[in-house]
Design a protein around this ligand. Structure first.
Ligand code: TRP
Length: 370
């Protein structure tokens, strides 16, 4: 793929993404200072992921916030396709969602699409995707969502609740819509063709507007949902998009749960984390120490630096010092990696303990069909 080209769809991300171009392509809106000010008015702070452009784009967020200020509450919804264990890139929208839940005091629904991943991946059985759904649920719970305000939906389990809503949506989508949006062909299995209506269903599970924090690759589904919403008498979902998290081995393409070496899983041991980062994390440094000291590194393409920026170093001052020292050549690649390894491992130590505890709490979080 030529360096200035990229592809972003729910099932395929490739190339070096130009996010301003993507905003134009998708027809979303950039998160502006005025949106940030509105958020700050209600929440009292601007989350570092907003400040740093990790969440960079939205649909209808301004309207949703205006209505919230007038007393109209909303709920939150996000999800995960359980094709493997959770990796640290997945946690980005979830951690942000938890912040939103606290600040806006909302309910949240988390959809685990075991059917979708079964349809999309040749080599996965439904039993495997369902098992991963439970595994992924533990990671979600471990982040500290309030049990009384949080419900986890598993598609094959909660189909009784989802199906009537999905049916309303499905009737308003025709084959040429989905074909145009997702590039389906005559060989695409029909589970995939119906699937968008199931991902749409949780948007309408409560009788109030929804806000969806999500990776921008998922936007095409909700573009369809937003077209359908007024035609079934429902409010259009509002969206807030995060950038794709680079895989360890470098920019271009998102971190994929099926690419072992390029991925740090939430279940990895401290030794594994250390090995993976030292061996695979793409470096923006120079080939030799002398050259690095002279010319400095490039934090913009350095994956270790990017992980600190996106997730692991919320303190702006500390991040800036790392940035400047790396750029000037004072900080070497190995030293930068050591900082990241320490951060990831101390995060995972706590996370893995909470994940163990989540095993006995999971029933309180699972959505019950009525
Ligand atoms: N299709 C998403 C994935 O593959 C899972 C998902 C379901 C989702 N509902 C969602 C993601 C809502 C974001 C928001 O990961």
């Amino acid at each position: 793929m030529p360096p200035d080209e990229f592809i972003v769809t729910p099932w395929h991300v490739e190339g070096d993404i130009d996010y301003d171009k993507l905003i134009k392509q998708f027809g979303t809106e950039k998160i502006t200072d005025s949106i940030l000010k509105k958020i700050e008015r209600t929440t009292g702070e601007i989350h570092f992921m907003l400040r740093r452009g990790v969440f960079f784009s939205h649909r209808d967020l301004g309207r949703l916030l205006d209505e919230y200020e007038k007393g109209k509450k909303f709920f939150l919804y996000t999800g995960r396709g359980p094709s493997g264990h959770t990796h640290i890139g997945h946690l980005v929208p979830w951690v942000f969602a938890k912040w939103l839940q606290e600040k806006f005091d909302t309910n949240i629904y988390f959809q685990l699409t075991d059917d979708e991943k079964f349809f999309a991946k040749q080599d996965l059985t439904l039993e495997q995707t369902r098992n991963f759904a439970y595994e992924n649920a533990l990671d979600f719970i471990a982040l500290g969502f309030k049990p009384e305000k949080t419900k986890i939906i598993i598609n094959t389990k909660n189909i009784k609740t989802l199906y009537p809503i999905a049916a309303e949506v499905a009737k308003k989508i025709n084959f040429s819509n989905t074909k145009a949006v997702f590039g389906f062909t005559n060989e695409t299995n029909i589970g995939m063709i119906f699937y968008t209506s199931l991902q749409s269903a949780p948007c309408f599970i409560e009788d109030r507007p929804v806000l969806i924090p999500l990776g921008v690759d998922q936007d095409p589904h909700f573009r369809i949902t937003r077209d359908v919403a007024p035609r079934i008498g429902k409010p259009k979902p509002a969206l807030i998009h995060n950038i794709m998290i680079p895989s360890l081995s470098g920019p271009g393409g998102k971190m994929s749960a099926s690419d072992e070496s390029g991925t740090v899983y939430t279940t990895d041991s401290p030794e594994t984390v250390k090995k993976k980062i030292n061996k695979y994390a793409f470096s923006g440094g120079q080939p030799t120490v002398e050259e690095h000291r002279k010319m400095g590194g490039n934090p913009d393409i350095d994956v270790s630096y990017q992980y600190l920026r996106i997730f692991f170093e919320p303190d702006d001052q500390k991040l800036k010092t790392i940035h400047d020292d790396y750029k000037s050549g004072k900080l070497l690649t190995g030293e930068l990696k050591a900082i990241l390894i320490e951060k990831v491992n101390s995060f995972l130590k706590v996370h893995q303990e909470r994940r163990e505890k989540a095993k006995s709490q999971i029933d309180r979080f699972l959505f019950e069909d009525r």
